[in-house]
Ligand binder design. Sequence first.
Ligand SMILES: NC(=O)c1ccc[n+]([C@@H]2O[C@H](COP(=O)([O-])OP(=O)(O)OC[C@H]3O[C@@H](n4cnc5c(N)ncnc54)[C@H](OP(=O)(O)O)[C@@H]3O)[C@@H](O)[C@H]2O)c1
Length: 87
Amino acid sequence: MATGSMAMIVAATSQNGIGCKGGLPWRLPREMRYFADATAGSAVVMGRKTWEGIPLKFRPLKGRVNVVVSRSSTVDGVCDRRRARPV
Ligand SMILES: NC(=O)c1ccc[n+]([C@@H]2O[C@H](COP(=O)([O-])OP(=O)(O)OC[C@H]3O[C@@H](n4cnc5c(N)ncnc54)[C@H](OP(=O)(O)O)[C@@H]3O)[C@@H](O)[C@H]2O)c1
């Protein structure tokens, strides 16, 4: 991805389902590899629930800056807490 650009990446079922019980509704190694390749070297921005749905052994996602958004300052496993300024 070009420096300074931003993209959204999502995998969805034919009915636009993207999650189930806090995790992904499927286990597709090829799709995981695609996500890892597409986001390598970038920052990944995710909601707190997505962060918590990533198995502990895989987080933070390697080779990427992991940014977790939350209204709380006590998200499990986040080491550098910064408060965003409202825009
Ligand atoms: N298929 C895919 O491509 C894909 C991609 C990502 C996630 N998922 C799945 O989606 C599901 C999770 O999605 P979700 O929508 O339920 O939750 P989410 O977006 O991961 O997390 C929601 C949380 O993010 C924080 N948040 C959201 N907007 C915010 C804002 N404007 N300012 C500050 N904090 C904000 C809040 O955390 P606090 O409650 O802590 O304030 C909120 O409760 C999981 O099942 C995951 O596996 C699928």
